[in-house]
Design a protein around this ligand. Structure first.
Ligand code: CO8
Length: 373
């Protein structure tokens, strides 16, 4: 069986960012306006008064301090509360394609590869901006890559599932080298009027180059020791936007056509599953928890990551062992664990091992155990 390595990563970060205070100010203006407009119904008990949000709650409950976004103006406008993202003509590059290309170029450079070395492109993310043609085929063509490309979606676990798909393609010989990208425009499917979740997400795109180790020349090679995927159906994280929406007008624009979750249940149910999966996965590979130098975990909630890493290690992890990027990026869905890996791998020494692990809607969990070469 061919040995596969991750030989490069790239990151596209939007230029604009929103602090908790800015987000909360917009939300609270919306709440005050709503309550004033519905004062009579609220007094009569026919409408529920909306409660304000708070920066202190957000940071304490999630660890998030700010988030990068494609468009700030529209999100913090209390009259709008969604990004301005203009439609583009079919002759222009799509936004996801543009983000993917920026991240892909950095990953290719780090891997020391040209587009001629790449045989396949996988675009793996939570939401695709159109049904077809696949964004991956657009990215492939824009970069000038031969071979094949496809889109896939496993919500927050899209990147780790994409990595396994790339590993499989290389091992079975259908590609020598795969570009796997995660253009996440989470703010376009977040309900900024929902107090429970308005602070959770940000936008970013990550890219990973995987290739046959015999062809790799990068200084940044990480041998893939194993991948492990798990899915268990749950309604606790859901988005019902889809092509059937227009067939029942009564449901159009209801909150369930955007991200919706029962965060407390997700927290309780997913943490033990993730810790169990990482422990089982490294066990199958003959690796002790104490031999893990780093855990690049999905970035959804700081307490979640602290709990998971504690269960795996049997003690609290240091920040170096379980790096956090959530404070500045918030939850960027599938890009999160790859951002953590991209920004916190340079100091890894030959022979040191780590695990990239994602978890989210589905439920879906993916772990990728790697060793620095
Ligand atoms: N400001 C002030 N107070 C608030 C706010 C707010 N904004 N929101 C809630 N509160 C209050 C509540 O009313 C409640 O008050 P009380 O105790 O009086 O009832 C109190 O704070 C506690 O509320 P919660 O129990 O809801 O708060 P938690 O401590 O559970 O924290 C979190 C909420 C941060 C959401 C937490 O539960 C969490 O992070 N859970 C895990 C979530 C998670 O990991 N989800 C994965 C989603 S990602 C994914 O799979 C990708 C999907 C696709 C991407 C979608 C992109 C848009």
């Amino acid at each position: 069986m061919k040995q596969v390595v991750i030989s490069g990563t790239g990151l596209y970060t939007p230029t604009q960012s929103i602090s908790n205070d800015e987000l909360v100010a917009a939300f609270n203006t919306y709440v005050d306006t709503y309550n004033a407009q519905h004062a009579d119904e609220i007094a009569a008990g026919t409408v529920t008064e909306l409660a304000q949000s708070s920066s202190a709650f957000i940071e304490k409950a999630s660890g998030i301090k700010s988030r990068f976004v494609i468009n700030k103006e529209g999100i913090i406008d209390p009259q709008r509360m969604k990004p301005f993202i203009a439609e583009r003509s079919n002759d222009e590059a799509s936004l996801q394609c543009e983000m993917a290309i920026a991240a892909a170029k950095e990953a290719l450079e780090q891997a020391g590869k040209t587009v001629d070395d790449v045989d396949a492109v996988i675009v793996a993310c939570s939401n695709l901006q159109r049904a077809y043609p696949a964004v991956a085929v657009e990215v492939q063509t824009a970069l000038g890559i031969q071979g094949f490309a496809y889109d896939m979606n496993v919500a927050c676990s899209s990147a780790t599932f994409g990595i396994q798909a790339a590993v499989n393609a290389i091992q079975t010989g259908s590609a020598r080298c795969v570009l796997m990208v995660n253009p996440e425009i989470c703010t376009a499917h977040l309900n900024f009027r929902d107090r429970d979740s308005h602070f959770i997400f940000g936008d970013a795109c990550t890219a990973v180059i995987l290739e046959d180790s015999e062809l790799a020349s990068s200084e940044h090679q990480y041998k893939v020791l194993g991948t492990k995927l798990q899915t268990v159906f749950s309604n606790n994280i859901r988005n019902n936007a889809g092509f059937l929406n227009r067939c029942d007008e009564s449901g159009l624009n209801n909150p369930d056509k955007l991200f919706i979750q029962n965060g407390r249940k997700v927290f309780k149910e997913v943490c033990p599953m993730v810790a169990k999966q990482i422990t089982a996965h490294i066990g199958e590979l003959g690796i002790e928890a104490g031999d893990l130098t780093r855990m690049w975990l999905h970035q959804a909630n700081l307490s979640m990551n602290q709990l998971i890493s504690k269960r795996v290690l049997g003690r609290e992890a240091t920040e170096a062992e379980a790096p956090v990027i959530l404070d500045t990026y918030a939850n960027t869905s599938s890009a999160g664990s790859i951002i953590a890996y991209h920004l916190h791998k340079a100091d890894m020494q030959t022979g040191q091992k780590g695990v990239i692990c994602s978890f989210g809607a589905g439920y879906s969990i993916g772990s990728v155990v790697i060793e620095k070469l």
